[in-house]
Design a protein around this ligand. Sequence first.
Ligand code: ADP
Ligand code: TRP
Length: 342
Amino acid sequence: MSTRPRSLSGIKPSGQPHWGNYFGAIEPALKMTSEFEAFYFIADYHALTTVRDAELMREDSYLVAATWLACGLDPTETVLWRQSDVPEVCELSWLLSCVTGFGLIERAHAVKDARANQREINFGIVSYPVLMAADILLYDSDVVPVGRDQLQHIEMARDMVSHFNQQFVGGNCLDEEGNWNGVGLKRPEGRVRDSTAIVPGVDGGKMSKSYDNVIPIFGSKKAIKKRVMSIVTDSTPLEEPKDPETCNVFQLYKLFSTAEEQAELAERYRAGGFGYGHAKLELLEKSSAYFAQKQERFDALMADRDTLEDILRDGARRAREVAQGVLARAREATGLPSRPHR
Ligand code: ADP
Ligand code: TRP
């Protein structure tokens, strides 16, 4: 077992991963794998709070797995699994729900979002933060890299650790130096990925599956070109000078290019005689070159479900080994037998 601290994160299989996910979540998470023992999973139980199409659930789970792998996740170094392959998480979720006040849950984003968007509030949405805490605590995670919107859930997980440890172990489970003493549950740290600014979508707002403004990481050349060409720009005529800093196309171009390339393109904007259509083609060329090798790996993986299943099975086995040990410790603390009779 590794002596590196453990980082853990999950992505829901609820649609095609896009440039915002790549630069905001996937790339930074992959960079962390040298410093941390990384545990990354496909949050299918969480997706079940909204997804109602079994075929889509299966397909999107493969899509997320293939995206991680194509983008460079090494499955021998990193544990990659499907959340539902380790059902112990549901049991820990139950133990945590017994120490979680309803007032805390009512304040959660998951519930507030559903209310604001007038979506049905099923009980899965209510217990979403408890299951997410179980995801994290089941693996004695040290850090949890997430987007800012998820920070509240990490705070809630930290509260659940305090309540669990106080109520079942009778203390805060810390030694004199403030380090966890190996009893009860381990308190994680949230880590907001602030290194990348919000990636704008084709309409200039935050790129998000919920706003139908995404450019997918992977897809046919034609489909991606269509999205890139639909990026909203102002109506400055072709011959006039343009300001790159206020242009969405240029903001996206920056993600894929060096400082010199950016300066060069900015110069062409300012010189005039250069249209937004030209800029979009430059962006398309850069982005497809950037993702070309990854796209090839992605296509090969999506065409080989057996390999994907083998990787997910091996990940589930390794994740489960850790999970069973932590769950036994948690059951023991509550007075349940540390391992159930089978
Ligand atoms: P979506 O908003 O498309 O549903 P998710 O919430 O599934 O995306 O995103 C998973 C992670 O990807 C988020 O926690 C966040 O870190 C990152 N992310 C999503 N959209 C963006 C964006 N436009 N810019 C930067 N990061 C993003
Ligand atoms: N709720 C997260 C999201 O919507 C996904 C997620 C589920 C997660 N369980 C997690 C993230 C545990 C980090 C840790 O993006």
